[in-house]
Design a protein around this ligand. Structure first.
Ligand SMILES: C[S@@+](CC[C@H](N)C(=O)[O-])C[C@H]1O[C@@H](n2cnc3c(N)ncnc32)[C@H](O)[C@@H]1O
Length: 381
């Protein structure tokens, strides 16, 4: 594959973090829009992006872009694409996703149906087939329409990238892995510093921090749909996986702690950490946030407490935020990064944040309240 334009969709408000990640992989950004970052890459870039991007939801190849205001225009322009160069005879080619913003064509299911029909028509003549068994590898097609500009993509990831392959067992209200990674990226935490999540639940924040601290590519434990494509170079995939393995740091021992009041979620957290290969770097323990204390003078709290969205939980969450304020005040030289949708958080916690940053937890608007502690003295001073 020659030079390609790839697009990585992400949670709203994570575009800057994702752009930085893409640049760190060595690729040139072509466009940043709400919830998506595009960049130029070669085939190795598809592998690298899938394996390494911590805040992207998937990696898409841009196949075509055109204007369409009617279904007929959508059909004709989609049919014009040289689909046979992308989709072999036996491929399964679902139009897996369609979204539309401020456009005349707005019904995702109709867009999906029209695009599917156009792809079939285009393939019929080239593959000399009337009917496609769709029994082979999967080539998911995505359609994105913004102000009547249609972009057609092939999805190289398949299962969304926040599914790293370590969270096999569910727990209530886990934070998305991509958002947890973004929260950590927004702190100056480094692998030689202490990080605590006092509401750790299934351990996502602690595990994502461990993956970052050990330089483990988040996609190393899973596969990607494009690995099975007829034209994907297995050697490139294998080389990129080997390179990622070689980059894992074995010279560091992390200091990450996860606490929760609920022993059953801690069991899940321990299992998840083991599946992620970071169990020895995280200490999980049952503890009420009210009893939080530490002998360390400096550290980071990065956490996702309950939000109290349900009316019946609101009072107890408000009490909890007050208790957090008391417990955290004993750690006056630490830095805190707390995500919540509760608008009264600062008042209840008893301190104004140094900085507030809007983030989306799924569809929920939240803020990351950032409290900066002083920099610790250099170790050799
Ligand atoms: C929103 S969930 C955290 C989810 C976590 N980030 C994850 O990815 O699984 C909030 C967690 O706070 C815990 N919790 C509630 N009250 C607590 C308290 N007083 N002390 C410690 N943990 C508490 C709950 O058991 C729950 O696991």
């Amino acid at each position: 594959m020659e030079r390609l334009e790839l697009t990585a969709p992400c949670n709203f408000a994570l575009e800057a973090i994702l752009s930085r990640e893409i640049k760190e992989l060595g690729y040139e950004i072509s466009k940043v829009e709400d919830g998506r970052v595009s960049f130029f890459a070669d085939e190795a870039g598809i592998c690298k992006a899938n394996l390494w991007l911590r805040t992207a939801e998937r990696v898409l190849i841009k196949i075509a872009e055109f204007h369409a205001e009617t279904y007929e225009e959508l059909f004709q322009n989609t049919k014009k694409i040289k689909w046979h160069e992308w989709i072999p005879k036996d491929a399964e080619f679902p139009v897996a996703r369609a979204s539309s913003i401020k456009s005349k064509l707005f019904s995702p299911s109709d867009i999906q149906a029209i695009v599917k029909k156009a792809v079939v028509e285009s393939l019929k003549s080239k593959h000399k087939l009337e009917w496609f068994p769709e029994s082979g590898a999967k080539y998911p097609i995505n359609v994105f329409i913004n102000k009547d500009r249609v972009i057609i993509y092939l999805d190289t990831s398949g299962v969304s990238l926040h599914k790293r392959g370590y969270r096999e067992i569910g727990s209530e209200a886990p934070i998305k892995e991509t958002l947890a990674a973004a929260m950590i990226s927004l702190t100056p935490w480094r692998e030689d510093r202490l990080l605590v999540d006092p509401f750790c639940g299934s351990g996502t924040i602690a595990i994502e921090a461990a993956l970052m601290g050990l330089n483990i590519a988040p996609g190393l434990k899973r596969d990607f749909v494009s690995e099975g494509w007829s034209y994907s170079d297995k050697q490139v995939w294998s080389r990129e996986r080997k390179e990622a393995e070689a980059k894992i740091r074995s010279d560091v021992k992390l200091k990450i702690q996860g606490y929760d009041i609920d022993e059953s979620v801690l069991k899940i957290a321990r299992k998840n950490a083991a599946l992620a290969g970071v169990a020895e770097h995280i200490h999980f323990q049952k503890r009420d946030v009210r009893e939080l204390s530490s002998g360390d003078s400096y550290g980071f709290i990065v956490t996702n407490p309950p939000y109290g969205e349900r009316l019946e939980d609101r009072k107890s969450v408000e009490q909890l935020y007050k208790a957090m304020g008391t417990a955290f005040s004993k750690l006056s030289t630490w830095s805190f990064y707390i995500i919540t949708a509760h608008e009264e958080f600062e008042r209840l916690f008893g301190k104004r944040a140094d900085k507030k940053r809007k983030l989306y937890n799924g569809m929920m608007k939240t803020d990351l309240y950032q409290y900066y502690g002083p920099k610790p003295p250099r170790r050799n001073e």
